[in-house]
Design a protein around this ligand. Structure first.
Ligand code: NAP
Ligand code: ZN
Length: 346
């Protein structure tokens, strides 16, 4: 076991505070990573406050991890010491079920093992990226291509893949109109990635406060949903509505903005149930669906896509002592557009 500095929360809704955790000895197929940066995802906040239920404490959050390989086990073939790598939301899965074999490890029938707030198959609790080191099975490590710095790459490991996967699945590309709801961590990546895919992108934000940014990030249009005329203006417009909002939204209003056959994809994960009228779907053969991160091979494809299209996250780098304040700013929709912890400050 090796000790590594980290920040942890000890009870639901508590403050994050410095601590030390143990990482396991390298197994033959393990990669030991010196973490350089860890992004703060709103899922970290949901779980640190136990908003989804079932949280296990103490918790070291963090599933947007970027760093360099410090050591490898004897059976590791893909990575060498010094390689730039990332780890996202999962660190293990059974590897044998249909979903794992098809590259959908997130849907493993035995249950994928979350990077933190999870219990691995050997009974060990998992601790995430708000720390200086992590040990992860090779198959759950992705390579960060040259051309993306580690700080702006970290958020791609969750915010990037969570938006890339449904955008690709539902056909974002030239000739397609995509609305991104909520311009936060996921939303700003959704805008950048959909624009890089060639789609015509519209931001639907609560207010016009971030309009300049939205357009700079690649959106063609920007509307404030607090303006009640917005939904009349946008009726029947979009092929895809990507909902990244962490709170309950009036789903029917957003479904009204879809074209016939269009799809609204929820990636936002509010604790409250969403409600909609069956007629909002029936009148236009519309699809209301969800999407959960992406598989490991797909995450690597996303990283390669982002490198090729010069897409990184817009970040505000913070030190360990600013994390509690950053959590509050994320909850206040005041993140521009992802906080990334410089783990050398732990
Ligand atoms: P975030 O940075 O806080 O962004 C969410 C954005 O939603 C805010 O910036 C805000 O944008 C908008 N918003 C917030 N409260 C709102 C409200 N009451 N009404 C309308 N809009 C509101 O959060 P994130 O890190 O992007 O994560 C977003 C959600 O996705 C979270 O629930 C997270 O748990 C979930 N998530 C899901 C997956 C998955 O696999 N499906 C993966 C990662 C995260 P505007 O100010 O522009 O309106
Ligand atoms: Zn996340």
């Amino acid at each position: 076991m090796t000790s590594t500095p980290a920040i942890a929360v000890t009870h639901a809704g508590g403050q994050l505070a410095p601590t030390t955790i143990e990482r396991r000895e390298l197994r033959p197929d393990d990669v030991q990573i010196d973490i350089a940066y860890a992004g703060i995802c709103h899922s970290d906040i949901h779980q640190a406050k136990d908003e989804w239920g079932g949280s296990v404490f103490p918790m070291v959050p963090g599933h947007e991890i970027a760093g360099t390989v410090a050591a490898v086990g004897p059976d590791v073939t893909k990575y060498r010491v010094g390689d730039r790598v990332g780890v996202g939301c999962m660190v293990n899965s059974c590897g044998e079920c249909d979903y794992c074999r098809e590259g959908y490890e997130q849907f493993c029938v035995k249950g994928n093992i979350q990077t933190y707030n999870g219990v691995d198959y050997d009974g060990a609790h998992t601790y995430g990226g708000y720390s200086q080191q992590i040990v992860v099975k090779e198959g759950f490590v992705c390579g960060i291509p040259e051309g993306i710095e580690l700080d702006v790459a970290a958020p791609l490991l969750c915010a990037g893949i969570t938006t890339f996967s449904p955008l690709q699945h539902w056909g974002a590309g030239p000739g397609k109109k995509v609305a991104v709801v909520g311009l936060g961590g996921l939303g700003h990546m959704g805008v950048k990635i959909a624009a890089a895919m060639g789609a015509e992108v519209t931001v639907l934000s609560q207010s016009l406060k971030k309009q300049e940014d939205g357009l700079r990030l690649g959106a063609k249009h920007y509307y404030a949903t607090e303006d009640s005329s917005t939904f009349d203006t946008l009726r029947g417009q979009f092929d895809i509505v990507l909902n990244t909002v962490s709170a309950k939204l009036p789903i029917d209003a957003y479904l009204s903005t879809l074209r016939v056959g269009g799809a609204m994809v929820n990636v936002g994960a509010p604790s409250e149930p969403l409600e909609y009228s069956a007629f909002s779907l029936i009148g236009g053969n519309k699809v209301l669906t969800g999407s959960m991160i992406g598989g490991i091979a797909e995450t690597q494809r996303m990283l390669d896509f982002c490198a090729e299209h010069h897409v990184g996250s817009e970040i505000e780098t913070i030190s360990a002592d600013q994390v509690n304040e950053a959590y509050q700013r994320v909850e206040d929709s005041d993140v521009r557009y992802r906080f990334v912890i410089d783990t050398s400050t732990l």
